[in-house]
Design a protein around this ligand. Structure first.
Ligand SMILES: [Zn+2]
Length: 444
């Protein structure tokens, strides 16, 4: 059963393969022009070539819709690209947009052609109604978010060159999490308020190699193993309840049944005491994502011959910086630790944790008030994001930046993001489009 008037059009977007590398973006743009004729007739498609330099901007889409006033520009973001698929693990072809019961199955259904579709459809419908927005509206769609491409940095450079300070930027991130009836008794709109930082770091152990029949102590592989083991058994980075983490736990409590709610509210208030316990080994580090910078070992390698000790072995670690933990401070700590195990450390890439949107500020309040209109029964909850979004590129030049697509998802659906059988409940599109229409009209 298809229970939204939008589903046919949404499927057209899903049926174009837009995998970051090698996707068919030309066809995708043709489909957009066909599905959103008003947007293409009335909005100004910004030429980015002057600011792109030697970066490829051919598939970056930035539309400007001129409003009555220009002092509070609204930027609605999404990305056109999707992550690759392993078709053999899908129940339906990932670019067919198969509808089963009330869901549509396709790569990009929730990450994040839904965001692109709903933002563009909101503008399309307002144009059809003859509405002029109170403020300028920009639609910004990168073709390479999933590979940390230059799409959004080019858009940022355009804003900087034109002296445009976005009042509010809204990108993918949180969603309306449907109550599961077990843990959560209420729907929660998770409003991404910030995202953690990121680093890939390589640790190398060097030695003299030798014959495996005469093994010395502390071979490269043994040192790597000891180091990894040490990191798993010790809390490397100090646990801390940031203001945003406390606020998140405190608000989430409203969706819990009574006893859990009281417990969670207490954590929200006394987070400072709870953080070290929640990050402890005893608690299986369950709270580390929220209360600490984390380190996870991701790739490793060493010898190639089974009867020889290698000259070198390595392991790479993926690190997520908590707000307030600078890369400098964390790298200094890791260097000291690496020295202890006689390892060399090499930072492959990193970025700092992003700033936190002011949840008492005008931008967040506006978003929250529309949430209360569209989803009156939901708990609106600020959210510390663990994953990365393109929003981080525009946040430094914007007054307010929010990471949330206000669309209903189940916990099962969120778990399928970047995985197999990604799907969206079709009827969820309607409220999300309504939300963006209100946001555009109420940003005065
Ligand atoms: Zn995404």
């Amino acid at each position: 059963m298809t229970n939204s008037k939008y589903i046919q059009d949404f499927c057209k977007l899903l049926q174009v393969n837009t995998v970051s590398n090698g996707g068919d973006f030309a066809t995708f743009h043709k489909v957009l022009a066909q599905v959103f004729p008003q947007v293409h007739a009335h909005l100004h498609k910004v030429d980015l070539s002057a600011v792109a330099g030697d970066r490829d901007c051919a598939n970056v889409l930035l539309f400007k819709w001129e409003g009555i006033s220009h002092d509070k520009p609204l930027v609605l973001m999404a990305h056109q690209d999707v992550v690759p698929v392993n078709e053999t693990h899908w129940d339906y072809p990932p670019f067919d947009a198969t509808i089963v019961d009330d869901k549509v199955y396709a790569r990009g259904a929730i990450d994040c052609k839904n965001t692109l579709f709903c933002t563009m459809m909101a503008v399309e419908e307002l144009l059809t109604q003859g509405i002029v927005p109170p403020q300028d509206v920009y639609l910004s769609y990168s073709p390479n978010e999933e590979i940390s491409g230059a799409g959004t940095p080019i858009v940022r450079d355009y804003f900087v060159a034109k002296n445009i300070t976005p009042f509010l930027v809204v990108d993918e991130g949180g969603a309306l999490m449907k109550a599961d009836g077990k843990t959560y008794h209420k729907d929660m709109l998770m409003v991404g308020a910030t995202e953690k930082g990121y680093a890939d770091v390589k640790f190398v152990a060097k030695g003299n190699g030798g014959h495996a029949s005469n093994p010395p102590l502390n071979t490269p592989i043994a040192r790597i193993a000891k180091f990894v083991n040490y990191c798993e058994n010790h809390q490397i980075f100090r646990p801390r309840a940031t203001k945003i983490a406390k606020k998140m736990v405190y608000k989430m409590a409203d969706a819990l049944p009574f006893f859990k709610r009281v417990g969670c509210k207490t954590i929200g208030v006394t987070g400072g005491l709870v953080a070290p316990i929640a990050c402890s080994k005893l608690a299986k580090r369950a709270g580390a994502m929220l209360f600490s910078t984390t380190i996870a070992f991701t790739t490793t390698g060493g010898g190639t011959v089974r009867n020889a000790i290698p000259n070198e072995a390595y392991v790479t670690a993926n690190i997520r910086f908590l707000q307030g933990d600078t890369s400098k401070k964390c790298f200094a700590k890791l260097t000291k630790l690496a020295n202890k195990f006689d390892l060399e450390m090499e930072v492959i890439k990193f970025r700092e944790a992003s700033g936190v949107v002011d949840i008492n500020g005008e931008g967040y309040k506006l978003f929250q008030s529309i949430a209360n209109q569209i989803y009156p029964d939901a708990v609106v909850c600020p959210f510390l994001m663990y994953a990365g979004t393109d929003c981080r590129h525009l946040q430094p030049i914007a007054k307010h930046a929010i990471r949330c697509t206000p669309i209903a998802l189940t916990y099962e659906q969120v778990a399928l993001m970047h995985g197999n059988n990604e799907n969206l409940t079709i009827s969820a599109l309607d409220n999300c489009i309504k939300f963006f229409k209100q946001l555009i009209q109420q940003n005065k």
